[in-house]
Design a binder for this molecule. Structure first.
Ligand code: ATP
Length: 218
């Protein structure tokens, strides 16, 4: 299947890392930055790299930006440039504009002007790191809302060897076991007879408080 081309505007650490990942995943990438040195750094990992001011609507038009299904605004410190770029992209008809926000207020403005996804990489990374540093059994997690998340949790010792039926996860902890990662295998919607092994990673969906409680089990 042909992959949709992606544009990344602003090649700081975040934009640069994104391009590296998209490149590994085989996407066609247009990289844009106002600074020539930043452009030179991505020459080997982006399909096209163009030095331009993304606040200039005509330049964005001439680059055919509306043909990109996904455009990421990764400009950080210059909030004005970040917001004006996001507005221009939406006005030009880009379907999915993903914009990086420095803080909550900045994020709200981006949402108001129609950015489709607002990301807070610094905040999210710090939150993830804080969780993983204090509890090494939480492998990863995704916040679905302020209250609900999906946790990847190493099987707590108290549950090791128990079947799902015996562990009573839903009644006792009010969480749903969505899948079990066992080595390279993923057991989707496991049956009540499935046993949880010590090395299993449990993929659980539930309220943050309940997931936290479960992650504190030993
Ligand atoms: P990171 O934490 O990802 O390094 P940052 O918050 O430090 O990001 P900046 O360095 O402020 O982000 O911005 C990222 C890039 O955006 C810089 O390389 C900068 O040259 C570029 N940039 C800033 N303004 C514009 C603009 N108007 N048009 C295009 N690129 C821009």
């Amino acid at each position: 299947m042909k992959k949709t081309p992606i544009a990344v505007i602003g090649l700081g650490r975040f934009g640069y890392s994104l391009i590296g990942e998209f490149n590994k995943m085989g996407y066609e990438i247009l990289a844009i930055d106002i600074d020539q040195a930043s452009i030179n750094k991505v020459r080997d990992i982006a399909t096209h790299a163009v030095r331009a001011d993304s606040m200039d609507e005509e330049v964005l038009k001439s680059l055919g930006i509306r043909n990109f299904d996904i455009v990421v605004v990764a400009i950080g410190d210059d909030i004005q440039a970040n917001i004006l770029t996001a507005i221009t992209l939406k006005e030009l008809g880009v379907k999915k504009v993903i914009a990086k926000a420095k803080n909550e207020l900045h994020g709200k403005v981006l949402e108001k002007i129609g950015a489709d996804i607002v990301v807070y990489p610094e905040r999210d990374m710090a939150v993830k790191l804080a969780h993983s540093l204090v509890r090494d059994n939480i492998i990863d997690y995704i916040n679905l809302s302020n209250e609900y998340s999906i946790f990847e949790l190493l099987t707590p010792r108290q549950l090791t060897g128990k079947t799902l039926a015996a562990s009573n996860l839903r009644q006792k902890f009010k969480v749903n076991l969505v899948a079990i990662k066992r080595g390279n295998e993923i057991i989707v919607t496991p049956t009540p007879e499935e046993e949880m092994l010590a090395s299993d990673i449990l993929i659980l969906l539930g309220h943050n408080d309940n997931l936290e409680e479960l992650s504190r089990l030993n």
